[in-house]
Write a protein that binds this ligand. Structure first.
Ligand code: PA5
Length: 448
């Protein structure tokens, strides 16, 4: 398989019996997911998605991606949360580390920028600077079609496109990914006649990377989306057994819950490849939004090593012992480079000459693993064969399935997100949105 779970460096922190104790609960959670009988069962479309996604949908996405590639220098992806992190994670993981900076000969696809994932005027202004003199196309992604951040960015970008290309010209350069009938974006797209992709009702934002939400931007970057789906399908088959001992996806879910119950309340996702930084961001949303409710849940954190060994490494080694770590080890990274021999050896590195940079990285990983374990931080290692479309799809499905199981074991509805509404209500009130007049007064008094 593309992935394996190694919990040798976590196993002294719990017994095999503790793991086995979860078997009946895992089986129950498995049935709840597959028979759609658990909490949040209206949002389980992701479970069978790798098998269900149609040839027509894939070919429509690929055709649209080709159209985008042939018609612009810059592709803007507008979205936030689940409508942005999956595509960003894939594009960072699967492409050149300096994708946007590559010369046009080396990059066969447009530059890709994300916007609408914040409300920074500076970010938008600077982005517009970059668009100067470039041919631009846009994919605006919002399931609800009413999220403020992408809506604000889209209004500004749309105006810019309409000025540059005229109304009709702009219409051909905008693709909207949204609900089939609800929301402001759907109404706007229908009125303007934009090309659209539909996000099904039963797939929540953070579980939507394997739909057009993620797949269109990923395809534009040149990645092979069929391989991604194949990877996800193969994970679907590999993690389909309710038997804990045969299913390491479920083992991961259980081990997290064991640690949580032992007071290890923070899970740190660690990688040693900078291209995986956004995979961790995607993972944080998946687990944080799925489990952080009813005043419980592990806090998902992430570090990029060895970079952060020089910042957060101290805390992990020696700070409060409420942590455990999940390390992603890539067995065969995409590229490598050998350290040359240097006659003078003033830097004292000749003992490494002839060795590769990945060799050094691997020793850093193994040394850190043991040091952190000795420092009483259990380490789970997810070993990924390589960085490829197939392994991306596999990993995504692994984490999604584990998240569903883990959330049910925790006793929450993993598929809602009531907590994200609180800030919106306050923001709308403070902005003076119609219908929030009373709240506005109360909040403004509190801010005095
Ligand atoms: O997972 C979620 O539901 C959220 O993170 C959403 O994806 C995010 O709030 C964006 O929502 P929408 O796609 O409706 O604009």
């Amino acid at each position: 398989s593309k992935l394996s779970l190694d919990y040798k460096n976590a196993s002294s922190f719990f017994s095999e019996d503790e793991l086995k104790y979860f078997q009946p609960y895992v089986e129950q959670a498995h049935n709840q997911l597959h028979q759609k009988t658990g909490a949040g069962n209206e949002f389980l479309g992701w479970v069978d998605l790798p098998k269900k996604i149609s040839e027509t949908e894939i070919s429509d996405i690929k055709k649209t991606a080709d159209y985008v590639k042939n018609n612009c220098d810059v592709f803007l992806v507008i979205g936030i949360g689940g409508s942005y992190l999956g595509a960003k994670a894939a594009i960072e993981m699967l492409n050149h580390s300096f994708y946007n900076e590559l010369s046009d000969e080396k990059r066969t696809a447009p530059k890709i920028y994300f916007v609408g994932q914040n409300v920074s005027g500076t970010y938008l202004k600077h982005l517009i600077d970059v668009l100067e003199g470039k041919e631009v196309m846009v994919n605006v992604i919002s399931k609800s079609g009413t999220t403020t951040e992408p809506a604000v960015a889209f209004r500004i970008i749309r105006e810019l496109l309409e000025k540059k290309y005229g109304k009709e010209g702009a219409q051909k350069r905008i693709i909207a990914t949204t609900d089939k009938s609800k929301g402001a974006l759907r109404a706007l797209a229908d009125q303007e006649g934009y090309k659209t992709f539909v996000i099904e009702d039963d797939i929540g934002g953070r579980f939507s990377v394997l739909t057009a939400v993620g797949l269109l931007p990923i395809a534009v970057s040149g990645a092979d989306i069929e391989e991604i789906i194949k990877g996800a399908k193969s994970a679907y088959n590999d993690f389909n057994s309710p038997k804990l001992l045969d299913n390491y996806c479920y083992q991961y879910a259980v081990i997290r819950n064991i640690f949580y119950r032992k007071g290890k309340t923070v899970e740190i996702m660690a990688n040693y490849e900078p291209s995986l930084a956004y995979l961790s961001e995607w993972w944080k949303q998946l687990y944080g939004e799925s489990e952080g409710k009813d005043h419980k849940g592990l806090f998902p954190a992430s570090v990029n090593f060895t970079t952060d060994l020089h910042s957060m490494g101290q805390y992990i080694q020696d700070g409060m012992r409420n942590l455990f770590q999940t390390v992603i080890e890539v067995k065969s990274p995409k590229e490598d480079i050998t350290l040359p021999y240097d006659q003078q050896n003033l830097d004292g590195l000749n003992y490494l000459s002839g060795k590769t940079v990945n060799f050094i990285n691997d020793k850093a990983l193994k040394g850190t693993l043991l040091a952190h374990t000795d420092g009483n931080v259990p380490n789970i290692v997810l070993k990924l064969d390589n960085i490829s479309e197939h392994s991306f799809g596999y990993l995504i499905y692994f984490f999604e399935k584990a998240c569903g199981i883990s959330g049910y074991l925790l006793g929450v509805n993993p598929f809602d997100q009531p907590g994200v509404e609180a800030y919106k209500k306050n923001m709308f009130a403070l902005l003076g949105k119609e219908g929030y007049e009373k709240e506005k007064e109360v909040l403004e008094n509190r801010l005095k």
